[in-house]
Design a protein around this ligand. Sequence first.
Ligand SMILES: [Zn+2]
Length: 356
Amino acid sequence: MRLRPTPLLLLPLIAGAQTMSIEEYEPTSTLVVPEHKVERARYPFIDVHNHQRGGAERLDQLVADMDRINLRIMVNLSGGYGERLKETVLTFSRYPGRFAVFANIDFSGLDEPGYSEKAARQLEQDVASGAKGLKIFKNFGMNLTDRAGKRVPVDDPRFDLLFETCGRLGIPVLIHTAEPKALFDPMDKNNERWLELKLHPGRARPPGQYPSWQALMDEQHNLFAKHPNTKFINAHLGWLGNNLAELGRLLDRLPNVYTEVAAVIEELGRQPRFAREWFIRYQDRVMFGKDTWRPAEYATYFRLFETADEYFEHDRKYHGIWRIYGLDLPEEVLRKFYYKNALRVIPGLSRSGFPE
Ligand SMILES: [Zn+2]
C-alpha cells in the first residue's frame, strides 16, 4: 500500500510534536479498568514522617485536614532542641494525643571536648520536655563537616553516647541518610531519575563533591549494628525500595531496625506482587510515612496500600516516570503498617481512637 503524502498544512504540527521535550510528554492513558479512589484511610493511621514548623496559627485547620483523611497521630520530626523543642511540644499539645514531636541534634561545638556528653544531655532534657524520638536529617553524613572541613560520617563515634542514650530512654531514632542511588549516578540516557535531575539539577550528588551512595549506606548500616539496643526507623525504605530483597536482608540481620515509606511509593507500586509478599513477611517492621504535608496526596498512598487498582498515576512523576499498581494489603498487615507498629515503637502515644 502506498502512503498518501502528509498535507503541507500539518507539517509544522508534526514537527512540533517531534521536537517536544521529554518534560512536556504527558501521555493520557487509554486504559479502562476499575478504579477505587480512597480519600480516607480504612483505619486511623499514624504518619511517622512529617514536618511542621511553627504551626500554632493554623493548628485547627491542620487537625481538620488530618481528621478528613483519618490521620490520627502526626509525628512532627522538626522539633528542634532546647527552648524551641519545648515550644513545639507546647504548641501541639493543644490537641492532646494527636501529635508526637521528635527532637533534633545541636551540632554546635562538635569539635570541642565534651561534645558527646553535651549532645546526650541535651537529648535527655528534650525527652523530659516531651520529645518522643530523635530525627536525624540527611545533612548528617553528607554535608556536615567538622572545623577542619572533614566530613562527619554517619557512624562517627562522637555520637555513640547519644544513640546509646536513645536506647536507654527507649526512644526511636528516625534517620534519613543519603538519597536515591540514581542521583549519585551519571546523568545519562540510562539514568532512571534523569527527569528529576533535569528538573532539579541541585539534587545531583556527583562523586568528588559527595561520598558514594554505597559508602553512606555502609556507614548507616554500621551505625545500626553498633547500637543493637537502640531502635532505628530507616526513612524512605532506606533507599532500598527498588531492592526490597536487600532491605529484607538488612532487617533480618538487624532486629533493631524498622523502616517507613515516605516519598518512595512509586518503588512499591511498580512491583505490586513482590512488594505485597515483602510487606507480609516484614509486617512488623514497616510503618506509614509521607514527609510532605499535602493532604490531597495521601489518597494515592491509601489507594496503593488498600486496593488492587492497576496502572494509576502517582504524584511525583520525576521520581519515577511509570504508573503504579495497588498492593491490596491483607487487613492485619495494613493495620500494623497504619498504626500498630508505630504504637509499639514510639513510646507514649495515645491509643485512643485506634481499634484493638
Ligand atoms: Zn523528611
